[in-house]
Design a protein around this ligand. Structure first.
Ligand SMILES: [Ca+2]
Length: 311
């Protein structure tokens, strides 16, 4: 304990709670997943590290609702912006509506055979069994529409479309292409005896945060290549493959991570710094100094029972 009349020095430990400056960030609504547009140009890998450090990860988009939220966060930002999708190593069969991997399957005999190495979309034969086929072939297709009671209504289109065009039409007019998670659903779709596209597709894209969701929102047409995915506000947020080493702005998701720093300071004073009023005054002084130096968005407090006095 220092006496007021004695000049003594103290070593104090401070907690400095700080977050990175918000000047660069546009924060999304708290009601849904939070997206943060970062207006700095980094490679996809650098952007991933940044997002993992400051937030949760690069942005994952699970459905059309989140896609619309992403577009509003992008605003009209016109250059390429990284999201969390990248090309993984392995193809797997997935559902168009974002419901993930096709765990229930009903392949026809010797299917899927990936005939000619170009069969990445799934159709249902008239007998109810499934086949993989080239996505650019035109076929009748079946959409589904989510009902308020949780059931699904199926809508058939007999005029042939490619798989991507069928997906676009189903999403515009209904919910998505029909996705099948059980024998019951497979039989419900098979009520009409046509061969139809359903929401089954194969790809190797994976999300940086490990999400098993399978929603995709690709740009139609154009020749793009690359193993990482970008979006542009001016292109209404459609997804475009690009070279991962290109530098682009990027979209993170998740809450801001608080960074905690412990700062040791040495104070020489004849004031009793164990006195609450005196130590609070000192804290206020320190805050003022930091704010004068344009450090913002932080809070300061003494670390409990950690100050040490030396005579
Ligand atoms: Ca086949």
């Amino acid at each position: 304990m220092c006496l007021k009349t004695v000049v003594c020095s103290g070593i104090f430990l401070l907690y400095l709670m700080t977050t990175i400056t918000t000047a660069l960030l546009l924060t999304g609504s708290k009601e849904t997943v939070q997206y943060h547009f970062i207006n700095e140009s980094l490679t996809w890998y650098e952007a991933q590290s940044f997002c993992r450090l400051k937030y949760t990860d690069l942005a994952t988009i699970n459905n059309m609702y989140e896609e619309n939220h992403l577009v509003s966060t992008l605003d009209s930002h016109a250059t390429a912006t990284w999201i969390g999708l990248y090309n993984g190593q392995y193809n797997r069969w997935l559902w168009s509506d974002g419901s993930g991997r096709a765990d229930f399957t009903k392949w026809s005999l010797n299917q899927p055979d990936n005939y000619g190495g170009i069969e990445s979309c799934g159709e249902m034969y008239a007998d109810g069994f499934w086949n993989d086929a080239p996505c650019g072939v035109t076929k009748a297709y079946v959409c589904y529409e989510s009902q308020q009671d949780g059931s699904k209504k199926y809508v058939y289109y007999l005029q042939g479309e490619t798989w991507p065009s069928s997906q676009d039409i189903c999403r515009q007019k209904h919910t998505d292409l029909a996705c099948v998670h059980s024998e019951e659903e497979s039989l419900a779709i098979n009520a009409l005896t046509y061969r139809v596209w359903m929401g089954l597709f194969k790809d190797s894209w994976v999300w940086s945060d490990g999400a098993e969701t399978s929603f995709r929102y690709w740009q139609r047409g154009g020749s793009y290549s690359g193993n990482c995915v970008s979006v542009e506000g001016s292109q209404t947020g459609v997804w475009i493959p690009a070279d991962c080493n290109q530098k682009a702005t990027f979209m993170c998701q998740g809450d801001v991570k608080l960074k905690k720093m412990v700062i040791r300071i040495k104070v020489q004073s004849d004031v009793d710094l164990t006195d609450l009023t005196a130590s609070n005054l000192l804290l206020q002084k320190l805050e003022t100094i930091l704010r004068d130096r344009e450090v913002s968005d932080f809070s300061l407090k003494w670390q409990d029972d950690k100050y040490v006095f030396q005579r």
